[in-house]
Write a protein that binds this ligand. Structure first.
Ligand code: IPD
Ligand code: CA
Ligand code: CA
Ligand code: CA
Length: 256
């Protein structure tokens, strides 16, 4: 795994430089859906990451957001979100990340979330723990809902289908200290892993949004399931709940 860890960091740092460049320069954007955008930065970051991985591991499978497939072979596979938080990026909100995971035989082995503007690199290795800039991290110890800060987000399809999402949101917001919708799911999961958020939940996330973050949260001592408490299965589950473990059942109740 050593070589893969080295390569995943190289990918993140080089793609991070690309994102920093576009963040303060002109940016071309186009729509993928009604509100869902893709920019030159998403594409350039993805091309950089994919080219590095292909040159080092030509036989591995790659799943990357900007040319995604609907079938997921997770035998020896990289799962990439080259720019998580595209809406923030377009509006020049400094809250976005790169997310890369390596999966072998259906098990996430390495997960990385890199926040270039803050120079924060979150890395988890299966069985070895989770780290922020090489320092070990762990989830928060909060066990009271009224003292917890919870992250969430909304799918791009929210305009068509919002009743359930809003009623869950209401249930959570009136029972916790605060709720945040930062706008980059991979970063939100990394923040659960290091204890800045006590829990995070969202509907409709894709493998590239969550793969790295799931390993970060579990290696940091947290718990990840769907809203019913069942195992979260990449490519199949539609709802994710990640927490510091202690609050898991309490937040799960608010979502049911
Ligand atoms: C989005 C972000 C956002 C979440 C959306 C995702 P993108 O990813 O993670 O926080 O609410 O559901 O699709 O498109 O910026 O990579
Ligand atoms: Ca994303
Ligand atoms: Ca993205
Ligand atoms: Ca996107």
């Amino acid at each position: 795994m050593e070589k893969r860890i080295e390569v995943i960091k190289k990918c993140a740092l080089e793609a991070g430089e690309i994102l920093k460049y576009y963040y303060s320069n002109e940016l071309n954007t186009r729509f993928k859906g009604k509100i869902d955008m893709v920019t030159d930065a998403d594409i350039a970051s993805q091309e950089k990451i994919v080219s590095i991985i292909k040159s080092e591991f030509p036989l591995d499978e790659i799943i990357a957001e900007e040319n995604s497939k609907n079938t997921y072979n997770l035998d020896s596979t990289w799962v990439i979100d080259p720019l998580d938080g595209t809406t923030n990026f377009v509006h020049r909100l400094p809250w976005f990340a790169i997310s890369i995971a390596y999966i072998k035989n259906n098990e996430i082995k390495v997960g990385l979330v890199y926040v270039p503007l803050l120079n924060e690199l979150f890395l988890a290795v299966k069985g070895e723990g989770a780290f922020l800039n090489e320092k070990r991290i762990s989830v928060s110890k909060e066990d009271k809902l009224e003292r917890s800060l919870v992250g969430t987000g909304f799918p791009y399809s929210i305009h068509e289908n919002y009743e359930k999402i809003l009623s869950r949101f209401k249930n959570v917001v009136i029972n916790v200290r605060g709720i945040r919708r930062p706008g980059a799911a991979a970063q939100d999961l990394a923040y659960v892993a290091c204890g800045r958020l006590d829990a995070f939940y969202e509907d409709g996330l894709k493998p590239w949004d969550v793969a790295a973050g799931i390993l970060l949260v579990s290696e940091a001592g947290g718990k990840v399931t769907d809203y019913n408490g069942n195992e979260y299965i990449i490519g199949q589950s539609d709802q994710i709940l990640a927490s510091n473990f202690l609050l898991h059942d309490k937040v799960k109740k608010l979502l049911s």
